[in-house]
Design a protein around this ligand. Structure first.
Ligand SMILES: [Ca+2]
Ligand SMILES: [Zn+2]
Length: 259
């Protein structure tokens, strides 16, 4: 209020100076009324522009302060909103529930129970947002990518996994279709498959002692071969960043870290 009062006084003084000395007080009173009306209009205009509620001239100054103060408060919210937006659009891609349709051959009841449990965990993990984020954020030499990625981006690889379209069974069914045979061989092979077969062979030498995460990783590793992904067959460093090994590692870590 003080600023406007000072202005009003200045206006009044000016008006008085313009009039005759004797009429100065009378004129100044009339002028004062006019000036007050004008100043009220001015205040209303300020209030209208700034969408403020209450009284007086302080509003203008406080308002600008508020606006400045609001910016840092609002901008993190905006960023969060944007993030939510992005998450929503990403979720649309992964909304389909991924399932596993499988057959077990040469498994005992106990062995089948272990494989069932590993596949349950696998389904849970592949459908999780954290799995999606780990696939999208996979890097090789600092670049968001997989080795031997068939020209696909991380997002495209994730989408290909979620679509469940095997080379030999190409329907987009969001389903891992596999036929698993358990065998025993005293060598270093954990599991294997052939490009022209839907079957996956799992070596009980490792299966019996492997964690659920490692069992699930082995299954999804072999299955990514069914989607057309491959890797070096020598123990190269880059092999670990291929789709079969990279996805297998993500699955194994997420399952075993959950337990
Ligand atoms: Ca399928
Ligand atoms: Zn392989």
């Amino acid at each position: 209020m003080q600023k406007m009062t000072v202005l009003l006084v200045l206006f009044i003084l000016t008006a008085c100076e313009e009039g005759a000395v004797s009429d100065a007080l009378c004129e100044s009173q009339e002028e004062q009324h006019l000036i007050q009306l004008k100043s009220t209009e001015t205040i209303d205009d300020i209030e209208g522009q700034s969408n403020c509620t209450d009284s007086s001239i302080e509003i203008g100054e406080d308002d600008s302060d508020d606006e400045v103060a609001d910016i840092p408060i609002e901008s993190p919210d905006d960023e969060e909103d944007e993030d939510v937006g992005e998450d929503d659009s990403d979720d649309e891609v992964g909304e389909t529930f991924f399932t596993v349709n499988y057959v077990l051959r040469d498994f005992s009841h106990t062995q089948a129970q272990k494989m069932d449990e590993a596949i349950d965990k696998l389904v849970e993990i592949v459908n999780s947002d954290v799995f999606k984020q780990r696939v999208l954020n996979h890097t090789y030499k600092g670049v968001l990518s997989f080795v031997d990625n068939e020209g696909l981006t991380n997002l495209e690889i994730y989408q290909k996994l979620m679509q469940g379209s095997e080379t030999l069974n190409p329907a987009i069914d969001s389903e891992m279709d596999i036929d698993i045979t358990l065998y025993y061989s005293n060598n270093s092979t954990v599991g294997y498959t052939y490009p022209n077969s839907e079957r996956i062979w799992v070596n009980d030498k490792f299966f019996r002692s492997n964690s659920l995460g490692r069992v699930a990783a082995n299954i999804i590793h072999e299955w990514t071969h069914k989607l057309g992904f491959d890797h070096d067959y020598n123990r190269t460093t880059r092999r670990n960043y291929s789709v079969p090994y990279g996805i297998g590692t993500i699955v194994q870590q997420l399952i075993d870290e959950q337990i």
